[in-house]
Design a protein around this ligand. Structure first.
Ligand SMILES: O=C[C@H](O)COP(=O)(O)O
Length: 253
């Protein structure tokens, strides 16, 4: 069975002490992910080391950065390179979140450069895609997401494609409390998988986890994750509440 993933994205929330406490509270619940499960904490840069020290000896628990630079190294004040993340022994990095695309003008081309750096360093990208409300309302979400995938991912070899995690996040569902229905989620996840299959073949497409993000909560996670092409979630607000995120982890199939 494909890997199933519960990924937290803390975004720009919590102090250092609050972050420590949240991780302690979640780990105290002995979540013990199954063999085909992974639990990933997307943590602000200054707390990555602290978080990784707490989880790196635990099975199938990982820490992710929320972003990385598309430059390898050098005079880029304020940026954080893939090499720096790798030197902390991190395995995952979220890239292309819609908030970064919108507020920091990240382009599909820059994301393709980040992907290459991450994969070159042996790290796994969690690549975010998803459409704004206007695109959903005109019914062209499939074409919109397909373009994001093609322009950022489809230069990869099949071997590298197998290492990518995709997070589909409809922008209209992020932080709004308005979740995609299970039918909407399943439909576009299946479409994303078919686009990957057309480019790389069914075997590769079948291996790529596709997470849903957008108002995943403790009370809707099980239903969403039960969809055959939904392989878990990328969770914002509910990942900041220990027992809510624990429930979401337990909802993985
Ligand atoms: O990365 C997470 C997503 O942006 C979802 O955020 P949310 O669960 O607060 O809607």
């Amino acid at each position: 069975m494909r890997q199933q993933i519960a990924a937290a994205n803390w975004k720009m929330n919590l102090t250092y002490v609050e972050g420590q406490q949240l991780l302690n509270d979640i780990l105290a619940e002995n979540v013990e992910p199954k063999d085909n499960h992974a639990v990933i904490f997307g943590i602000p840069f200054p707390y990555l080391m602290m978080a990784n020290e707490k989880v790196n000896t635990l099975k199938n628990l990982y820490v992710a950065a929320q972003n990385c630079s598309n430059k390898k190294s050098g005079a880029y004040t304020g940026e954080v390179s893939v090499g720096m993340l790798k030197s902390l022994n991190l395995k995952y990095c979220i890239i292309g979140h819609s908030e970064r695309r919108e507020y920091f003008n990240e382009t599909n081309l820059e994301l393709s450069e980040k992907l290459d750096l991450l994969l070159g360093a042996g790290m796994k990208p969690i690549f975010c895609c998803g459409e704004p409300l206007s695109i959903r309302e005109e019914g062209s979400q499939n074409a919109y997401v397909e373009k994001q995938l093609k322009e950022s991912l489809f230069h990869l070899s099949a071997e590298d494609m197998k290492k990518v995690v995709i997070a589909y996040e409809p922008i209209w569902a992020i932080g709004t409390g308005k979740t995609a229905t299970t039918a909407q989620a399943q439909e576009i996840h299946a479409y994303i998988r078919s686009v990957i299959a057309n480019q790389y073949g069914a075997e590769v497409a079948d291996m790529v986890p596709i997470l849903y993000g957008g108002s995943v909560k403790a009370n809707n996670a099980k239903e969403l994750f039960a969809c055959p092409d939904v392989d878990g979630g990328l969770v914002g607000g509910a990942s900041l509440v220990a027992m809510d995120f624990v429930e979401i982890i337990r909802a993985l199939k």
